[in-house]
Write a protein that binds this ligand. Structure first.
Ligand code: HEM
Length: 340
């Protein structure tokens, strides 16, 4: 049915183009050689003249979907160039650039070690609910990233390696995954926004933390509350970047609901650029959360961190937690009250 409709649209489009050409033809039909003989190769209507005419030529057709009548859409060429060239450059440079940076950083700085070693005492860092939301969002993000990158880079990189049949099969499943996982991912971003916003507002400590290079450059341990300035940046990138990819993604998933062709092209450009930059930035987050810093991963894995890790990386938070624990602890038997 869909192919039949496409064919009908194609035929109607072709007829409409012929109609427009026929209407404009008289303007140039009399193109002649200098000796006034007819020049048989002069095109009756030059394409650029046509394009200059309206920038977007529509024919007459009776299909209820008037978008099917658009037969010249010059902005589509700019969009195609963006999709096939510009986006690949932006994505390639940002993602490979970040990987190179992380490798260089690892080779020069190495893992940020626990300087005081392990204390053997632990602090609860993330509740089971926080970890569930984090890993659900992270899993969706990783699958969305791989399947999204397939849309941008699959054809030039993967297709020649695995051949057209396997590529078509994989791309079809990848597209299903990309569409459906967008829903739990959006939910995850929304819950992350609500659940951690209280700890992600800027404070004076963030300025000091940034001035000290966050302890990553050099070996200082600038004080930080539950989340340091670097983590707050990651948080806001996840929230704002997540919202941008979600909104632009749903505009693409439900085409032409309140959008026209130009809006759809803008949505695709926003989606593509934000997504590749998002992936590049999250690579840095994944690096710090795993091989970049000793003792960080366990906080998100089993929910606890060593007390020395807390002191070294989040000293203000460690103090707050100690004060809370003290306030909650049963008071030692008090002094006898003086009799009245
Ligand atoms: C394999 C992938 C990932 C690993 C290993 C990882 C690891 C971690 C760890 C260990 C923390 C806690 C840091 C701390 O205790 O201070 C954390 C926090 C966080 N993660 Fe991830 N994460 C991953 C992927 C993601 C993804 C894909 C997202 C979002 C799209 C995300 C969003 C966050 C946010 C917002 C925080 C709180 C702020 C921060 O610590 O930067 N994570 N992650």
């Amino acid at each position: 049915m869909a192919t039949l409709l496409t064919r009908i649209r194609f035929v109607i489009g072709a007829v409409a183009l012929a109609f427009v050409v026929a209407c404009v033809a008289p303007v140039n039909a009399q193109q002649r050689n200098p000796d006034s003989s007819v020049n048989p190769t002069a095109s009756a209507v030059k394409e650029d003249q046509l394009l200059g005419e309206l920038n977007r030529i529509t024919g007459r057709c009776t299909l209820p979907d008037q978008k099917a009548c658009t037969i010249e859409q010059p902005a589509g060429r700019d969009w195609r160039h963006f999709h096939q060239v510009t986006l690949r450059w932006i994505g390639g440079i940002s993602i490979l650039g970040m990987l190179v940076l992380l490798v260089v950083f690892y080779l020069t700085r190495g893992m940020v070690r626990l300087e005081a070693g392990r204390s053997g005492r632990v602090l609860v860092r993330f509740s089971a609910f926080e970890r569930l939301v984090h890993w659900m969002t992270a899993t969706c993000f990783i699958i969305l990233a791989i399947t999204g990158l397939n849309i941008t880079f699959g054809k030039p990189l993967l297709l020649p390696l695995i051949g057209p049949e396997a590529f078509a099969e994989w791309s079809q499943w990848a597209k299903y995954a990309h569409n459906y996982l967008s829903f739990p991912f959006t939910l995850g971003v929304l819950v992350i926004f609500l659940m951690w916003i209280a700890w992600n507002m800027p404070t004076k400590a963030d300025i000091e933390w940034l001035k000290e290079g966050g302890g990553l450059v050099g070996h200082k341990h600038p004080p930080a509350y539950r989340f340091n300035a670097g983590q707050k940046m990651i948080y806001w990138i996840v929230v704002i970047g997540g919202a941008a990819v979600a909104v632009s993604g749903y505009l693409l998933m439900f085409p032409f609901y309140g959008t026209n062709i130009a809006d759809m092209q803008v949505a695709q450009i926003v989606h593509g650029v934000v997504a590749v930059l998002f992936v590049a930035i999250m690579l840095a987050h994944i690096y710090i959360g795993t091989m970049g810093m000793e003792g960080a991963f366990e906080g998100m894995w089993d929910g606890t961190v060593d007390a020395n890790w807390a002191k070294e990386h989040h000293s203000l938070w460690a103090e707050q937690e100690a004060a809370k624990a003290q306030a909650a602890a049963p008071q030692p038997a008090g002094r006898m009250q003086a009799a009245e």
